[in-house]
Design a protein around this ligand. Structure first.
Ligand code: SF4
Length: 431
């Protein structure tokens, strides 16, 4: 029996898809890259914003276009959680609309009751994405307790449910045994990890347990919320060489008025002082952030406040989105003026243009330095040998290091001297 598995959306979905695939393997399914020759077609969907919903629906329709009667199609993930009932009437090719992933749910839907039970009691080892065997995401919690007014995630994924430290350490050990050298910790709000389980934000305790019980050389923190980032957490990041000097922390905006409308739980002053403290405590930290432009009520002066903060903090990496009205979000009820998309886009472009310059300057400052680089893949440009990354660059979202010279193995961490730099690439030679 063969299964075809496809996952859309964010890396949190990717982890679910790896779990889902592992589940089918318990029932002796083999993976195939070709949906036509599969018995089961699995599609993990995203429903975060309108564009993601459209992409999910288009993908379902195109993948199932010539589906045979004996094939079974399972759609799960955010889109099916939110719109499964409605979509079931419109897309009858789908056999099961299962919603957010839970251990054992696929096997249960396919009638493997005993295996589903086994899977719920002791989930199988995740089936790791084969493209980068040395990297894995560790999803430490599901859902989110916050109520950011632009965000549909709490409505789709529910309240935060953190996994306990023991099970996360166990999973990290298994991943390490499989050759993982870089573990990226992810959640909707990583800073709040454990708050409902241990009655306090427990990211630091989790990191200490991972450091103690594994030897994974790079632990990376992604999707921090600018709250619960304590001095002792920052000190731990600063002193522990195995924690990447890196923080992905979406700030969304930097004007008090916009932060309040977005229902973020900080203001410009506390945000600024946190960012300065992060730079001071962890001197060579790489800061990645994401911002949201064109939210209702955003004036030019709000936008200028954001530009000013970005200019002051000089994030190493900055990405931006334009607000879109999302069903079920509190932002839809705001009386504030809606910003024309063209204005929002002009603002975003101006910010990105400034950021390109900052990123280029930041990268140029690395020329001549010898840095640890993880070798991710063979280069597909003839003048380079490998593509890799430094601790300051997360997989698939930040810059790459193009290795010009030197022998090495994919999936190893090596020293490389940086020889050239651009806004999104560094060139280097292995030492
Ligand atoms: S913290 Fe993130 S996931 Fe949670 S509501 Fe806010 S934007 Fe959404």
């Amino acid at each position: 029996m063969k299964a075809f598995s496809l996952s859309l959306g964010c890396v949190k979905n990717q982890v679910d898809a790896e779990r889902a695939t592992a589940e089918l393997m318990l029932a002796n399914f083999k993976l195939t890259e070709n949906p036509k020759e599969s018995d089961i077609i699995l599609i993990n969907t995203c429903g975060f914003i309108e564009a993601a919903k459209e992409e999910s629906i288009d993908t379902i329709l195109s993948t199932l276009k010539n589906k045979k009667a004996k094939q079974k199609a399972i759609v799960y993930g955010c889109l099916s959680q939110r719109y499964g009932k409605e979509l079931a009437k419109e897309i009858p090719e789908v056999d099961f609309w299962l919603g957010n992933y839970k251990n054992g749910m696929l096997l249960e839907s396919l009638g493997y009751e005993a295996l589903a039970k086994q899977c719920k009691a002791a989930p199988p080892r995740r089936f790791k994405n084969a493209e980068f065997p040395h990297h894995a995401y560790l999803k430490v919690a599901e859902g989110c307790n916050r109520a950011c007014s632009f965000c549909a995630i709490p409505a789709i994924r529910g309240k935060q449910v953190s996994r306990n430290i023991e099970s996360l350490v166990e999973e990290a050990k298994q991943l390490e045994e499989n050759g993982v050298l870089e573990l990226s910790l992810i959640a909707q709000d990583l800073s709040s990890y454990g708050i409902e389980l241990y009655k306090k934000a427990s990211l630091e305790t989790l990191l200490e347990a991972l450091l103690k019980n594994t030897k994974i050389p790079w632990l990376r923190l992604m999707y921090l919320y600018p709250e619960h980032i304590t001095d002792s957490l920052l000190n731990l990041i600063a002193k522990e060489p195995r924690i990447c000097k890196y923080a992905d922390m979406p700030i969304q905006h930097a004007s008090d008025k916009m932060l309040k409308l977005m229902q973020r739980k900080y203001n410009a002053k506390t945000l600024r002082s946190l960012l300065c403290k992060m730079r001071e405590t962890v001197p060579n930290i790489t800061l990645r952030t994401t911002v949201l432009l064109g939210f209702p009520g955003e004036t030019h002066s709000d936008f200028e406040e954001l530009m000013q903060l970005a200019e002051e903090i000089r994030f190493e990496h900055l990405g931006g989105f334009i607000w879109s009205p999302e069903e079920g979000t509190p932002a839809l009820k705001l009386k504030e003026e809606r910003i024309p998309e063209k204005t929002a886009r002009l603002r975003l472009n101006a910010l990105i243009e400034m950021q390109e310059e900052i990123s280029r300057e930041k990268n140029e400052a690395l020329i001549g330095q010898i840095l640890d680089v993880i070798l991710d893949s063979a280069a597909d440009e003839s003048e380079f040998h490998f593509y890799g990354r430094t601790q300051g660059n997360a997989l698939e979202s930040d810059n790459i290091v193009r290795i010009l010279k030197g022998k090495g193995n994919i999936g190893s961490i090596r020293k490389a001297k940086i020889t050239n730099a651009y806004a999104h690439e560094l060139d280097g030679v292995l030492c």
